[in-house]
Write a protein that binds this ligand. Structure first.
Ligand code: ARG
Length: 258
């Protein structure tokens, strides 16, 4: 995770961002602390922190830094120029800790775990608004694992992790309207026990969840999803992310899995 010392809504690169509605520093800090605290209290979880940098207000969204697979770090290539300055800092963090840093070809945009989530041995890779359609092929070459591209169609759900999160191998949280028809079908085939989220709860960023075993940390204000998850035996921790939603992110966006 990256602390929110320099976080703010300073430019507009997705439909949620409006520079006239900036985040409140103290509230953002308290929300980040609550998430870090909730994660750190789960058995087996250690929260590692990267030093935040001035002038990189979205660096707080660590999920977009890249993809960690074992001791390999596949760095992102950001589409928005405003975020490109984050990459060298994250690359250094991983290199300093003995990770092998790998990059995709220069002409391919790829925004890390924001657009690539694994279930079993398959990577689901979102594309269109941020990551390129070709990113999944390159990833599959690098990882030697199956990658399935999913076409995002709603600019509000510009990263895959805003509208999809795998649970177990046969189940996932999905906001179906964020995907084209074919991708929706792929998700239904792969996850027979899908949990489809309503428009209202998707807008509250409930798909943007951090799942650790049977615990799901997600955004507050999503009682239907909460009930569905609890009936399936999950322990749901709902936290406030109002200040991060102003930049188009919530729980999952603030975390990169190691
Ligand atoms: N303002 C950031 C951006 O638009 C938000 C990133 C949210 N991260 C995520 N993994 N969905 O790039």
């Amino acid at each position: 995770m990256c602390p929110p010392d320099y976080y703010g809504v300073e430019y507009e690169i997705n439909p949620w961002m409006d520079v006239r509605r900036n985040a409140t520093r103290e509230v953002a800090r308290a929300q980040w602390n609550a998430l870090a605290g909730a994660l750190g209290s789960l058995p087996g979880v250690t929260v590692n922190v990267i030093e935040p940098r001035p002038g990189l207000p979205d660096m707080v969204f660590a999920a977009n830094a890249g993809l960690v697979v074992g001791k390999r770090f596949i760095a992102s290539r950001f589409r928005p120029p405003q975020r490109r300055g984050e990459t060298p800092h994250y690359e250094r963090w991983f290199a300093d800790r003995g990770y092998q840093v790998e990059r995709l070809p220069e002409d391919i945009f790829f925004e890390g775990e924001g657009d690539a989530l694994r279930s079993g041995d398959t990577w689901f890779v979102g594309y269109y608004f941020r990551s390129d359609a070709r990113a999944h092929e390159r990833l599959s070459g690098l990882l030697g694992q199956e990658t399935l591209p999913l076409r995002l169609i709603d600019p509000r759900y510009y990263h895959l992790d805003t509208c999809f999160h795998p649970l177990e191998e046969d189940s996932a949280i999905v906001y179906p309207d964020a995907f084209d028809e074919y991708s929706r079908q792929v998700l239904h085939d792969r996850f027979p026990r899908i949990i489809a989220v309503s428009d209202e709860e998707a807008e509250r960023f409930c798909c943007n969840a951090v799942v650790v075993g049977k615990t799901v940390i997600t955004a507050a204000g999503c009682p239907i999803l909460r009930g569905d998850l609890e009936r399936r035996g999950y322990d749901v921790r709902a936290l406030g992310f109002s200040e991060y939603i102003k930049a188009g992110g919530a729980a999952k966006c603030l975390v990169l899995g190691l």
